[in-house]
Design a binder for this molecule. Structure first.
Ligand SMILES: Cc1cc2nc3c(=O)[nH]c(=O)nc-3n(C[C@H](O)[C@H](O)[C@H](O)COP(=O)(O)OP(=O)(O)OC[C@H]3O[C@@H](n4cnc5c(N)ncnc54)[C@H](O)[C@@H]3O)c2cc1C
Length: 448
């Protein structure tokens, strides 16, 4: 085939960059199309700035706690623009590092939007047409607002990252991980936060017992939670915004309304219909277990497709795909036990099955162990925050099939235990491991 490249990657976010780097390292001639900042959602409007804000919020919480430990009273007010300057400098360093690595790898990087013309041709929005033997689609997703009157008066997570001060009052609409994370950040940084959740529960994919405790923690911290509340409209009232619920109840006024009501794949305007790439009913590109779309030679990774919308998932899928296409190794993403963390206050980490899912699969063969305790710092400061850790095991051997940690440092503790679980660890393996004392992590190996 007469082509310019072995591989064209459309989208320079988590998945696209990982795929481009791995393919080039394996000898492929690669072009990468990215019209915006390198790094995509994760680096520019997702994981990285979110974690930075979470760290600021944790620092504020520590400063507040320090007063109870004998330190002089601290000023917990954050100079938000100064912190944003630190955050953005960190992000700019990531951009510069990607740029250097792309140049060093010999990847042709074009600041353009791409659209498929057929299975081997991409039309760039600067008029250039590129041809390649294979195409990787990695265009990610975008935040959506509900189709209600006044939705445009509120912000999404993209707008949140442009704020320059904590709003005095804020309504957060949604009960998923982004809603919960941003609620925790804003409350810790001084906002009066109200959350509006449509269902009776939030965080449906997390262990219900841990979520119940988190809700209690948020309430104690001062977040006002409304469950079973459908948001029907947002109206301007004087300087503020009023949220109208499905029963005509009015809430507010709030300085800001933040919608964290979902994300949709960036699949329109990509020429998928022209090339014949199949989509699901929500517009995600349908892939098989090896990232192949319905069109031979066209592959997809990340939030654009039906995989879990997480950065490490997009990266792992892209690397494995390139190892197969250009490295001759048959590797595929194992979607069984993907660890993930909710950056709430305190954080929740989970991997594998929760208690309910395990019982559906294994019935009475399921054994659940749990431990609740007060982490040392919180005990010293007489703070009410507690940790709750759960292990879900199956069979006589008590093989670990789920680990659910809520509490101080859960975000850092989980990764190593996820490796153990993947390797088939049993409860005895954990118990045979000597504890590291005094830590929160030791509670995982000491569970009875
Ligand atoms: C607020 C928030 C917090 C998050 N926190 C976490 C977290 O803590 N941990 C975690 O693992 N995940 C987190 N995520 C999810 C994570 O950001 C995504 O799963 C990840 O970025 C997906 O990578 P991707 O490569 O599929 O897409 P993206 O990273 O979104 O990259 C897609 C790129 O494609 C480009 N593009 C779009 N259309 C075209 C086109 N036609 N031509 C060329 N380029 C195009 C876009 O400009 C973009 O740069 C968070 C997301 C949000 C919104």
């Amino acid at each position: 085939m007469d082509s310019d490249f072995d591989l064209i990657v459309v989208g320079g976010g988590s998945g696209g960059l990982a795929g481009a780097f791995r393919a080039a390292a394996l000898g492929a001639k690669v072009a990468l199309l990215e019209p915006a900042d390198l790094g995509g959602t994760c680096v520019n409007a997702g994981c990285v700035p979110k974690k930075a804000m979470w760290l600021a919020a944790e620092t504020a919480r520590r400063l507040r706690m320090a007063g109870s430990l004998g330190f002089a009273e601290q000023d917990c007010h954050l100079d938000w623009p100064e912190f944003v300057a630190h955050r953005q400098r960190y992000i700019q360093n990531i951009h510069a590092s990607y740029r250097r690595r792309l140049d060093a790898a010999g990847i042709a990087t074009l600041p353009v939007r791409g659209q498929l013309l057929d299975a081997n041709t991409v039309q760039c929005d600067n008029g250039v047409q590129l041809r390649a033997e294979r195409i990787l689609l990695a265009t990610g997703g975008h935040a959506t607002r509900p189709g209600i009157p006044g939705a445009g008066l509120g912000d999404t997570s993209d707008g949140f990252f442009e704020w320059t001060a904590a709003p005095g009052t804020v309504a957060i609409v949604g009960g998923g991980y982004i809603a919960v994370e941003l609620a925790g950040v804003l409350q810790a940084l001084g906002s009066q936060v109200e959350m509006f959740v449509r269902g009776e529960r939030m965080l449906a994919s997390f262990d219900a017992e841990l979520v119940d405790q988190l809700v209690e923690d948020y309430r104690q911290a001062g977040v006002h939670m409304h469950f079973g509340t459908e948001t029907a409209a947002v109206e301007r009232e004087g300087d503020g915004l009023v949220l109208v619920d499905g029963e005509g109840g009015r809430h507010g006024p709030f300085e800001k309304v933040l919608f964290a009501t979902g994300r949709s794949p960036n699949s329109s305007g990509l020429g998928l219909d022209i090339a014949g790439v199949a989509l699901d009913e929500k517009g995600h590109v349908v892939i098989d277990d090896g990232q192949a779309t319905s069109v031979p030679g066209i592959f997809a990774v990340g939030d654009l497709c039906t995989d879990m919308p997480l950065t490490p998932v997009a990266i792992a899928a892209a690397r494995r795909l390139m190892d197969r296409l250009y490295g001759g190794v048959d590797r595929r993403l194992d979607r069984e036990a993907i660890p993930t963390v909710l950056f709430s206050h305190p954080p929740i980490g989970k991997v594998g099955l929760d208690e309910t899912a395990a019982r559906e699969l294994h019935g009475d063969d399921v054994h659940v162990l749990r431990t609740g305790f007060r982490p040392m710092l919180h005990a010293l400061a007489d703070s009410p925050q507690r940790s709750l850790f759960k292990l879900v095991c199956v069979g006589d051997a008590k093989r670990i099939v789920g680990i659910h940690l809520m509490g101080e440092a859960a975000d850092e503790i989980l990764q190593g235990f996820a490796v153990a679980m993947r390797m088939g660890a049993t409860l005895d393996d954990l118990r045979d491991t000597v504890a590291i004392h005094p830590t929160s992590a030791e509670e995982v190996v000491l569970m009875r």
